[in-house]
Design a protein around this ligand. Structure first.
Ligand code: DGL
Length: 257
């Protein structure tokens, strides 16, 4: 079986990497909705339209599962996709629960997009799991831009990150949640800036385990692992950043959806 994965852009490659580590024998198709990136500031209605378009494009590629490798899209569209699609859908949410388990100062920080932080799913998550913890949220649109540009540790990215992290450091936060799939690409830099006393939470391994549970429950036949990449943007522009983030160059197809 082939697993379909989509995100607004290339950030979801962090999720794809975790899925490939869990399920090395499955085919993977990754769709970057680059023509509509970033998702963070977009209205819910538009995110829902894009979710249906991207998921249906993946289903046309014969995938047996759709993974929404995007916290923003998951927040706005999971119920709709689960109601509409003929295949199981796995989504994600910021790792508030593991952060609450890890914090000693009872102060956690969440880096995410506006869409994720203002969504009903996030307030319910905080209410359920972090009622007795101080949760500092930071909307970080400029980090999405830096990762989409393939700038993971240059001076501009360092400056942007310093601005976003400063209030968390001032507040004595000891646990930081990466609530956007673009941000694990900045983990080395974030760890360097906050130091060893701060735990940085990336939920992609846990979500990949959930994908593995869903895929193995379907008992689908394994086949030779193929890996395909596509974008709704301009493939020639996306290809160099894909090579940088994925670690090796791959052809990237044009997706029309
Ligand atoms: N990677 C996305 C997320 O996990 C969305 C970033 C964006 O397009 O604004 O939220």
């Amino acid at each position: 079986m082939t697993i379909g994965v989509y995100d607004s852009g290339l950030g979801g490659l962090s999720m794809l990497r975790a899925i490939q580590a869990q399920l090395p024998n499955y085919g993977l198709v990754y769709l970057a909705d680059t023509a509509f990136c970033p998702y963070g500031p977009r209205p819910v209605g538009e995110l829902r339209q894009r979710a249906l378009a991207c998921a249906n494009w993946l289903i046309a590629q014969d995938v047996g599962v759709v993974v929404v490798a995007c916290n923003t899209a998951s927040s706005a569209t999971l119920e709709l996709l689960r109601a509409e699609l003929p295949v199981p859908v796995v989504g994600m949410e910021p790792g508030v629960k593991p952060a609450v388990a890890a914090t000693r100062t009872r102060r956690i920080g969440v880096l995410a997009t506006d869409g994720t932080l203002t969504g009903a799913r996030f307030s319910s998550l905080v209410k359920r799991f972090a009622a007795d913890v101080v949760v500092h949220t930071i909307s970080c649109p400029r980090l999405v831009t830096q990762v989409e540009a393939g700038d993971l540790d240059g001076p501009a990215t360092r400056n942007v990150l310093r601005d976003y992290l400063a209030p968390l450091q001032e507040q004595g936060v000891d646990t930081i949640v990466l609530g956007c799939t673009h941000f694990p690409f900045l983990s080395p830099l974030i760890n360097e800036m906050v130091g060893p006393g701060v735990t940085v939470i990336d939920t992609s391994p846990a979500v990949a385990q959930q994908v593995a549970r869903v895929v193995t429950a379907l008992e689908a036949e394994r086949k030779v692992a193929a890996l395909r990449f596509a974008t709704t943007g301009v493939p020639e522009q996306v290809a160099p950043v894909l090579a940088r983030l994925w670690g090796s160059a791959y052809p990237i197809e044009q997706a029309i959806c």
